[in-house]
Ligand binder design. Structure first.
Ligand SMILES: Nc1nc2c(c(=O)[nH]1)N[C@H]1C(S)=C(S)[C@@H](COP(=O)(O)O)O[C@H]1N2
Ligand SMILES: [Mo]
Length: 397
């Protein structure tokens, strides 16, 4: 290369100087007394805690839906899942303003020159890009799911779950890299409690109150969605549009699932089988068996929970009829011909729980067709998606 090489170097150098100056100017223009490390750390702490809460409650929800054979979960209190999933949705919503605030505060850092200083620095930048992308994607897909709006082709559940692992990994790297800075800020916070405030502190306080207020608003909206009765201010409303009989939201109506009244007429039979024995029970047969009532919540993964009184036959009584082993996993099939949740699996601990019913009645009335007539599953502490409607068979694995 010789002379050419020297010339190239100087062009690169000059370009670097020019870009460096440009970046510096942009950074100064974007500068604000609010865009400080301190604000970034204060918001970051809350945001990090929120992501961790969502991750843990999310993993719990997935473990209930896809149990690991080596990690059998005990049947908890019946409202446990309603609480963990309600927390997941509320915290996942209120972190959105925190996330936007954090991105706004650190935005000028994008204009730091040189953009990449070393190989470790390059890796850190890449993991940060991954963190920002997933931190946006995970809450956005989650919130759209609670609104039952799917402007994408991929499976929501699998994508949301996979991205959350990437997010938590990138978050761990981010925290590890910034640990000295975070620790320094924590110590400075403790010291500053004793010193007087200046003007900068007051405007920072205003900013943090604003972010906190927006965050609280998101949280309250999500909590209303989770806890308020069906009505114009409840986000359970999208479901009640299709009628919501018997004071319980309907996620997929019989019509949407292609379950026709003819398929559930007097000829309907529930098959009950193990490898060796099979029984077919009519609705009259089921009504003739001992009936039990339980107040159990319907807790949807979308965050809402509604309690109802369910009446029907204990699943364990049915399983005993075909001499099913007590440790058997149970597989349910629905008459449903379209969409997800037509077949579900229940671990033995739930199948043997005395509260688990094959429900025939709801809140003192015969099950509505939209609630799974002639018979549906209701078990304590399970995600709503697993409370299979329009049962047609119960198989012991
Ligand atoms: N067969 C079948 N069962 C189902 C569903 C379904 O789509 N098909 N939806 C589930 C979901 S996601 C929830 S939250 C509850 C909703 O309760 P519902 O019976 O009030 O609709 O039913 C569950 N049972
Ligand atoms: Mo659901």
């Amino acid at each position: 290369m010789g002379e050419d090489g020297t010339a190239t170097t100087s062009v690169t150098e000059r370009l670097s100087t020019v870009l460096g100056e440009r970046f510096e100017r942009v950074r100064r223009t974007l500068g604000s007394p609010l865009r400080t490390t301190r604000t970034a750390v204060v918001v970051g702490r809350l945001l990090g805690a929120a992501f961790v809460i969502c991750f843990l409650t999310g993993v719990y929800s997935h473990l209930l839906q896809d149990p690991l054979p080596w990690l059998p979960l005990a049947v908890g209190p019946e409202h446990l899942y309603g609480w963990t999933q309600g927390t997941h949705v509320v915290v996942g919503s209120l972190l959105v303003p925190l996330l936007l605030a954090k991105l706004w505060v650190v935005f000028p850092k994008l204009f730091t020159w040189p953009a990449i200083r070393s190989l470790p620095h390059l890796l850190e930048r890449v993991s940060l890009a991954v963190l920002v992308a997933t931190a946006l994607m995970v809450p956005i897909t989650g919130i759209l799911n609670t609104l039952q709006w799917y402007p994408w082709v991929f499976s929501f559940r699998r994508t949301h779950f996979a991205l959350s692992w990437v997010l938590i990994g990138a978050l761990a790297v981010h925290i590890a890299v910034h640990l000295p800075l975070i620790a320094r800020q924590w110590r400075a916070d403790a010291e500053e409690k004793t010193s007087a405030e200046d003007g900068r502190d007051i405007s920072r306080r205003g900013f943090l109150w604003g972010v906190g207020g927006a965050s609280a608003l998101f949280g309250v909206a999500a909590a209303a969605h989770t806890a308020t009765p069906i009505g114009p201010f409840s986000l359970k409303e999208p479901r009640s549009r299709i009628g919501s009989p018997q004071d319980l939201p309907v996620n997929r109506s019989a019509r949407q699932a292609d379950v026709t009244p003819a398929s559930v007429d007097a000829t309907w039979l529930l098959t009950l089988g193990t490898g060796a024995t099979a029984l077919a029970l009519s609705r009259t047969d089921l009504e003739a068996l001992p009936q039990h009532s339980e107040v159990l919540p319907m807790s949807c993964v979308e965050g809402w929970t509604v309690d109802a009184t369910w009446t029907g036959v204990r699943l364990r009584d049915l399983l005993a009829l075909v001499s099913a082993p007590k440790d058997a996993t149970v597989r349910f099939r629905s008459l449903q011909r379209r969409g997800a949740f037509g077949a579900t699996t229940m671990p033995a601990a739930y199948a043997q729980d005395p509260r688990t019913l094959v429900a025939l009645r709801l809140n003192g009335e015969e099950l509505d067709l939209d609630h799974g007539y002639p018979a549906r599953v209701i078990a304590p502490g399970r995600p709503g998606a697993l409370q299979t409607k329009w049962l047609t068979s119960i198989q012991v694995a």
